[in-house]
Design a protein around this ligand. Structure first.
Ligand code: ATP
Ligand code: MG
Length: 438
């Protein structure tokens, strides 16, 4: 199905691939980079992922490390997760690993569990089935060859494989050259691929921001061309991808690139009048707050999603607040709370942030009334410092350069609340026993 307004050339190109899908003979030969010519060492591969790879290989299957983990290992970064690709069917994989389960309806894959929260995902090589909307065709044509699996991926740097059989890197798409040149390039024709799945627009921007790489001209053009189609993607997918952008440790460079490509305004159109100007002070402020979030992430002190959302939107909220008048004292604080409750969710629309996240962000934002309007010597009421959302408010205030704890006269929330000890009861001294006098 094509989105209305698709340029005819695009529609024809996509249709052409539906009618004439790539034939096995058209598929590229891989470039095999031997162990001596790349830097991936097994020492940097998760031991459980290695176990999975070796067992598949011992049973005669192809066993590759795939996707983001190969990219990160080549960049010398620690991968978040290690995904495995194989020519074994999901049921064959499941039989090899007792500690596994098959998930997914359309694309079945196997999760191999090593502990309660540690798993390795094993997926069977897939075909470029997103070229067609025919569900029956998709269901029947899911599995493919390693070449087909590489060609269905989003970016060349994400389409590299590491083969456990000979420790080589297998490159069907020129990903290694792009990795060396610092380029973000769509696999296949960017115009067609981004139209088929507009979420790839977000993925291209994310990976460019995270690596500091440059988008190739055709990929950049496709980002700008197809950003509007994000509006037709399932809202849960958009929300999850945006949260990955914000929580990925590179949210500040992401904000700048998302502004330059205008992807930010396809996601959050209400920010455009405020952050959209070339030298918007509010956007610069948001970038500074997000840079602190990135730093906290790197130190393993991730703030809650609600606080990251509030940080992204905060300077825009302040810009809107400047148009309002807030009376001093308590009435003004109530006014501020009402204002944030209305304006903050509006700035975040139409992204489907979870209700809980919006609620927490609004509660924390409401407490910022105390830092926006100093209390003139008075302390923040103790009962507020005892509220559940006070910890969130402290994190947000901290990003704004304020210490809410000092205002409240409380200890930092990170510290364990001191347990009140029951005063020990003094033992009553027994009066010395007196022997009754005869
Ligand atoms: P991260 O380090 O953030 O996990 P990643 O590249 O591993 O980055 P994932 O979302 O975990 O990203 O996806 C794993 C792999 O699946 C990607 O490397 C890419 O090859 C492929 N992929 C993910 N989403 C798409 C998509 N929309 N279109 C094509 N391929 C995709
Ligand atoms: Mg990943």
């Amino acid at each position: 199905m094509f989105v209305p307004g698709t340029p005819p050339s695009l529609a024809v190109a996509a249709l052409d691939q539906v009618i004439n899908p790539p034939q096995p003979d058209d598929l590229p030969e891989p470039r095999i980079i031997p162990r001596s010519e790349h830097g991936i060492s097994r020492q940097n591969i998760d031991p459980d992922a290695l176990k999975v790879l070796y067992r598949l290989q011992r049973h005669g299957f192809l066993a590759y490390l795939v996707g983001g983990s190969v990219r990160d290992l080549l960049l010398g970064k620690k991968p978040k997760d290690f995904d495995v690709g194989t020519d074994a069917h999901p049921s064959q994989v499941h039989r090899l690993f007792r500690n596994s389960r098959v998930i997914g309806r359309r694309f079945r894959l196997v999760q191999v569990f090593f502990s309660r929260d540690k798993l390795v995902e094993v997926s069977t090589f897939r075909k470029l089935s997103d070229q067609t909307d025919d569900a029956v065709l998709q269901a029947n044509n899911t599995f493919g060859t390693p070449a087909e699996d590489a060609l269905r991926r989003d970016l060349t740097i994400n389409a590299l494989f590491y083969n456990i059989a000979d420790f080589s890197v297998v490159d069907y798409v020129g990903g290694l050259a792009d990795l060396k040149a610092g380029l973000i390039r769509s696999v296949g024709e960017a115009e067609v691929r981004f139209h088929r799945d507009p979420v790839r627009v977000l993925r291209a921007v994310r990976h460019a921001a995270r690596t500091g790489f440059t988008l190739t001209p055709d990929t950049l053009a496709a980002v700008e061309h197809h950003r509007g189609e994000l509006a037709v993607c399932p809202e849960s997918r958009i929300r999850d991808e945006l949260l990955r952008d914000l929580k990925g440790g590179a949210s500040a460079p992401w904000l700048e690139l998302a502004h330059r490509t205008k992807v930010l305004y396809s996601l959050l159109p209400n920010l455009e009048p405020i952050y959209g100007l070339e030298d918007s002070p509010e956007r610069a402020w948001a970038a500074r707050m997000l840079a602190q979030v990135d730093q906290q992430m790197a130190q393993g002190q991730a703030p809650d999603e609600a606080i990251i959302m509030a940080a992204l939107l905060w300077p825009a909220l302040e810009a809107l607040a400047n148009r309002e008048e807030f009376t001093p004292g308590r009435p003004g604080r109530v006014q501020w709370a009402l204002f944030t409750r209305e304006a903050l969710p509006r700035l975040g629309q139409p992204v489907a942030f979870a209700k809980r996240v919006v609620e927490r962000a609004c509660q924390a934002a409401a407490l910022m009334a105390f830092v926006r309007q100093p209390l003139e010597g008075a302390r923040l009421p103790k009962k507020i410092a005892q509220k559940g959302y006070f910890v969130d408010a402290c994190r947000l205030a901290n990003l704004l350069g304020h210490d809410l704890n000092a205002l409240a006269g409380t200890r930092p929330p990170a510290a364990e609340p001191a347990r009140r000890r029951r005063p020990r009861r003094r033992r009553r001294r027994r009066p010395p026993q007196t022997t009754p006098q005869p």
